[in-house]
Design a protein around this ligand. Structure first.
Ligand code: UDP
Ligand code: MG
Length: 309
């Protein structure tokens, strides 16, 4: 019989974890597959791990993986996926925003031969207008800049076949924009539309500053376009400056040149200064990532791993 592992990264999710497991277990009971649930504790500071351990003792399908500290969701997910030995894996959030009831549909499409089946949100219940607006802006920019199109309104909730998992395992970059990497592996991918619920308990680990950095991560991981932007902007400025120079020269030759033009001088100097600093900043973003990448540190560290059974 084929085996399916459900990978659940969790950070401070003690309030809702039992409820989550109950709902997930009910769904897994219906599948005619060997199933495993791999809980990844991403260095939680509450008793999330104690609950995981209790779940492992009461349910023989549960494995636990504890990271040495909080590494962030992308790395917790990577760690979890690295430990999967099944024929397919499902990635799901622990906060019940992704309905476990969708897993049988994922499995059905996997049996039809799809390698990546991902959930796309039809609604963003419980999110503010501003969040929706910024999210939509991000997907638009990403779509323009990157040659790996990132599906809209798609989180990490998805099923991956064995070969998609193996492909993903080969990607060892430190700055991991998982949504992009899931798409990057290719093979046969399918989207399933679902309604995303509000969080069951606890609170989101995101704020706007983190989201902004996440967006920069996504763009710099999948596109070098901002670097080119500086080049073209510089070229354009040079052309304009050359034409303006000709004009200034001609004017001086024909009309003589009384000293004037302090405001325009200031505008040009400040504008160019600003533009140069911005371009340096863009280069810095990429350089910083290159720096982190070049240190070749391990992606995550494991405190303990307890397989099911
Ligand atoms: N998570 C994690 N490590 C972190 C932050 C979050 O493993 O540093 C987990 C979290 O427990 C949840 C999932 O990632 O299972 C999604 O997190 P959250 O609900 O905060 O994100 P959102 O749904 O708001 O995008
Ligand atoms: Mg959530």
């Amino acid at each position: 019989m084929s085996k399916l592992t459900v990978v659940v990264p969790a950070y401070n999710e003690s309030e809702g974890l039992r409820e989550f497991h109950a709902r997930l277990a009910a769904v897994l009971d219906q599948l005619d597959l060997e199933t495993e649930v791999l809980y990844v504790d991403d260095g939680s500071r509450d008793d999330t791990f104690a609950i995981m351990r209790a779940l492992r003792e009461s349910d023989p399908r549960v494995s636990t993986l504890k990271l040495s500290r909080n590494f962030g969701k992308e790395l917790a997910l990577t760690a979890g996926l690295d430990y999967v030995d099944a024929d397919a894996a499902v990635v799901i959030d622990a906060d019940l925003q992704d309905p476990p009831e969708l897993i049988p549909t994922f499995v059905q499409h996997w049996r039809e031969g799809y390698d990546v089946v991902y959930g796309t949100r039809a609604s963003r219940a419980g999110e503010t207008g501003f969040k929706k607006f910024t999210a939509s802006g991000f997907y638009r920019v990403m779509g323009r800049l990157s040659s790996t199109p990132i599906p809209r309104d798609t989180g990490d909730f998805r099923l991956l076949s064995r070969r998609a998992l193996d492909a993903l395992k080969q990607v060892r970059e430190r700055q991991r924009f998982m949504k992009g990497l899931f798409t990057w592996v290719g093979f046969r991918q399918l989207s399933v539309v679902y309604h995303r619920d509000p969080r069951y308990a606890g609170e989101t680990k995101w704020n706007y500053w983190k989201l902004w950095n996440f967006a920069i991560e996504g763009i710099t991981s999948f596109s070098g376009a901002p670097l080119k932007l500086a080049t073209y902007f510089g070229l354009l400025t040079a052309i304009v400056a050359f034409l303006f120079g000709l004009w200034v020269l001609a004017k001086a030759l024909w009309l003589g040149d009384p000293v004037r033009g302090y405001p325009s001088l200031m505008v040009v100097v400040l504008f160019l200064g600003g533009a140069q600093l911005m371009a340096l900043g863009v280069i810095g973003e990429y350089l910083g990532r290159l720096y982190v990448e070049s240190k070749q540190r391990p992606l995550y560290l494991i405190d303990e791993y307890r397989p099911a059974g």
